[in-house]
Design a protein around this ligand. Structure first.
Ligand code: DX5
Ligand code: ZN
Length: 223
């Protein structure tokens, strides 16, 4: 299966969000939206109202990466605006299985995210119910950080567990992804590259997305 590219809008010009998404739409496989609550992570970003506006601006699958303390409180609103995939952090909740169930019952696909210091084994009991594991390759909260090299073996370990269980679950890597780090993540086991700065801070965001997408397609994430 070819690898995929998720355009993470955190580095886009929020005053021209629809226009920015339309620029990258021909080359991206998903739109990745970072929702932050100023509690789980220090910054505050956007919530369901803006997510709804994004939904109306694109037909691409919409993936919400919830960096919030109480993801369950926001899920219905996200489902109401037709979000496709809702990913929450394993560090944020006591019982991930309950939140996964709520996401499923609302008709969305569930993902589980891991911050860089969290042992990868924490997601293993849940992978069979997931659409994707989101592996943070920077500290959650900000775009424009440097890729953490320690992510590579983590991708490999998660991918190996998914294969051991005979599952088809995406492994999305998020943070510091560009044309140099992206191929290494794919080789290590990622199937989806999420990128904000290397796309939206590029002189030509469409070309940057096309280039990353060509890398993802030629270097399959599922060996
Ligand atoms: C960080 C976010 C990422 C971020 C990536 O908390 O989850 O999605 O937008 O930004 P870059 O690609 O600039 O590292
Ligand atoms: Zn993200």
């Amino acid at each position: 299966m070819p690898g995929k590219v998720a355009a993470s809008i955190l580095s886009a010009d929020f005053a021209r969000l629809g226009e920015q998404i339309r620029l990258v739409e021909p080359h991206a496989d998903l739109v990745h939206v970072d929702v932050m609550d100023a509690h789980f992570v220090p910054p505050l970003s956007i919530g369901p109202v803006v997510v709804g506006a994004i939904r109306r601006s694109t037909d691409l699958p919409l993936h919400c990466h919830l960096m919030v303390d109480r993801p369950e409180a926001m899920l219905r609103e996200l489902a109401d605006v037709h979000v496709d995939i809702a990913t929450f952090h394993v560090e944020a909740v006591d019982e991930p299985a309950l939140v996964i169930g709520k996401i499923e019952s609302l008709g969305m696909r569930p993902g589980l995210a891991l911050s860089p210091d969290t042992p990868v084994e924490e997601v293993f009991p849940h992978v069979e119910r997931l659409d994707r594991v989101l592996v943070m390759s920077v500290r959650p909260g900000w775009s424009g950080q440097e890729f953490l090299e320690g992510t590579l073996p983590r991708l490999g370990a998660i991918r190996a567990e998914i294969e051991r269980q005979g599952l088809s679950v995406e492994v999305e890597v998020d943070g510091g992804i560009n044309a140099e780090t992206g191929p290494r993540c794919l080789a290590a086991g990622a199937t989806v590259l999420a990128a904000a700065s290397s796309i939206f801070k590029a002189v030509d965001p469409a070309e940057a997305t096309r280039r990353l997408s060509a890398i993802a397609r030629t270097q399959s994430g599922r060996g």
